[in-house]
Design a protein. Structure first.
Length: 585
């Protein structure tokens, strides 16, 4: 009952599991002498006893690592026995031991998965799969929770205001590298756990298609998740390390840490997911044989997409994460200010937008990465100008096919641009924002650099018809500076136009920005002009809209875009000599 609460819990678990292992092993030791047990049962009992004994030993080690006799350091009258001289091992050594245990657990889980290939009994296979899932679950929580706790234990010596440096759940804290390695570690952990569940169901149904591929991919994901979680422990930015100084200036330290995160994390989230995905893809095939690499990616992607596809989140917004969206909105402005220089949203209308009415925000032009399309509604200036209007961003479907970025945009409430999604979002949120020019407009972005032309592609009219049918006003939005943030490294407009028509996406497509060859945006100010709303024709909701009515709204919309360009061009020095071009061909 001594040594602290955690020591007691781990001791109880260790002795309970050890006792259970002894009881399970007893029938196996008596097999063929005193008892007759089916071979399949012997396999199950022997495996359970062996794994249980290892579990018991690991929990016992954990209990020793957290042992705390609660002897005050300043108490000079304390016993001099070595067991009272320190409450636990040195922090780096203790956390390293915990990370090693986590890897051992992952190795055991992967080993049990591989062993299922030699098991004929379905029940035994399922049991091995379940125990494998338990291994990765205990391993991940041990590495992250106990490893971090031991390395960044409470700092009583620097004052009571800082009693805890490490928390099990601390999203987007601890620095960029910590957040990145944590994200990768937990993503791989989730994938491996879902994959094990799939293996259990496959075994129950008697389906054994490519089980070896699944087992290898799952075991690799287990080990990789432990490695990333273990590395993240050392990446954690502990702002309390400054000791007494941190106690004296806790608010300044927290503000500085928040400022650093707000500058880096949103930019990394917006611009790096695609590059991380393709880097991991090529690295896997470079390191592993093609057969193994293919198995890992096919199995992993299948599990990943199956776990995020239910409920059609790209159409319904079911994966929207309000807490994440609020956090991102809070940090987006500082990030863009640091990277771009200035970010400004201006309302060109005279009458405030009525939140009881419906609006379709049409954003132009479509840059290589349109920041304003999905993220402008999150900016503080936009929320200040339109406090009760929250348009749902509609973006190209390709974003929902790319791993990592599909999660990011889904959490932000972004949906796919499609007719049924448009109608649903308009009904639920009263407003949407989309880029009418689409990828046909994206092809012309290079003309800003080669010909000093600001190109708008005004041929699409579908958004106008839908807005009119559902009684929504059109709101033109013009973006200054966004075309300058990135450029296509291979600018071949004719080829890209042809591939867009044939494939639905322009190829080649390799964006570069700051420092020549990086995907980060170049430093340039951003200015978003929101125009006055264009009222829809007076027709019954859902009724037919004539071609003349569509053409009238369409013409007024692009005339407003053109008028705003010429009005605000003098206020944007970078576009002093840039000519506006309406590309009807």
């Amino acid at each position: 009952m001594k040594g602290g609460r955690h020591h007691f819990i781990f001791q109880v678990i260790a002795w309970a599991v050890w006792t259970a292992s002894i009881l399970i092993a007893a029938p196996v030791s008596l097999h063929r002498q005193w008892l007759t047990i089916p071979t399949a049962h012997v396999e199950v009992l022997a495996g359970a006893a062996a794994i249980g004994s290892v579990f018991a030993e690991l929990f016992m080690i954990k209990s020793l690592l957290v042992f705390d006799p609660k002897v005050p350091v300043e108490n000079t009258s304390a016993p001099t026995s070595p067991r009272y001289k320190s409450s636990r091992l040195p922090k780096p050594l203790a956390s390293t031991a915990v990370v090693a245990m986590g890897l051992l657990w992952a190795t055991m889980g992967g080993g049990m998965l591989l062993a299922t290939e030699f098991l004929a009994n379905t029940t035994t296979k399922q049991l091995y799969f379940v125990v494998s899932a338990v291994c990765i679950l205990i391993g991940a929580t041990t590495t992250h929770g106990l490893g971090g706790q031991l390395r960044y234990a409470s700092a009583k010596e620097v004052g009571s205001e800082i009693s805890q440096r490490w928390r099990f759940f601390q999203p987007f804290q601890g620095g960029v590298m910590f957040a990145a390695t944590q994200a990768l570690g937990w993503a791989l952990f989730s994938s491996s756990l879902i994959s094990v569940i799939y293996l259990i169901s496959s075994a129950a149904r008697g389906m054994a298609y490519c089980i070896r591929c699944w087992v290898f991919a799952t075991g690799s994901a287990m080990l990789a998740s432990q490695l990333f979680l273990g590395v993240s422990i050392w990446m954690f930015k502990d702002d309390i390390r400054s000791g007494i100084k941190a106690v004296q200036q806790p608010k300044a330290t927290a503000a500085a840490a928040a400022a650093r995160s707000s500058i880096w994390i949103p930019i990394l989230m917006m611009y790096l997911p695609v590059h991380i995905f393709f880097t991991a893809l090529f690295a896997t095939f470079a390191v592993l044989p093609a057969a193994y690499a293919s198995a890992i990616w096919i199995g992993g992607c299948l599990v990943y997409y199956l776990s995020t596809i239910f409920g059609e989140p790209e159409h319904t917004g079911k994966r929207e994460w309000p807490a994440f969206k609020d956090w991102f909105a809070m940090n987006l402005q500082p990030a863009l200010n640091a990277w771009m220089g200035t970010v400004e949203v201006v309302y060109d209308g005279k009458v405030p937008l009525d939140p009881s009415k419906k609006y379709v925000f049409g954003y132009a032009p479509h840059g290589l990465f349109p920041i304003g399309g999905p993220y402008m509604p999150l900016l503080p200036d936009f929320r200040r100008l339109f406090p009760n209007i929250h348009p749902t961003p509609l973006v190209a479907s390709v974003l929902f096919f790319t791993p990592i970025i599909r999660d990011f945009v889904s959490w932000c409430g972004v949906r796919q641009v499609a007719r049924r999604t448009f109608i649903r979002a308009l009904r639920e949120r009263n407003s949407v924002i989309l880029v009418p020019g689409g990828q046909a407009e994206l092809i012309h972005t290079g003309r800003l650099f080669t010909n000093k032309e600001f190109v708008i592609y005004p041929k699409h009219k579908g958004f106008v018809r839908l807005a009119a049918q559902h009684g929504a006003s059109l709101v033109p939005v013009l973006a200054f500076g966004e075309l300058d943030t990135l450029r296509n490294f291979v600018d071949l407009p004719a080829v890209q136009a042809w591939t867009y028509k044939k494939l639905g996406f322009p190829v080649p497509y390799l964006v570069v920005g700051r420092w020549g060859m990086t995907p980060f945006p170049s430093k340039t100010p951003l200015k978003f002009i929101v125009g006055a709303p264009i009222a829809p024709p007076d027709i019954p909701l859902g009724g037919e809209v004539s071609q003349e009515q569509v053409a009238s709204m369409h013409k007024e919309f692009y005339e407003s875009i053109e008028r705003m360009y010429h009005k605000y061009q003098p206020t944007f020095p970078a576009y002093k000599d840039v000519k506006l071009v309406m590309a009807y061909s």
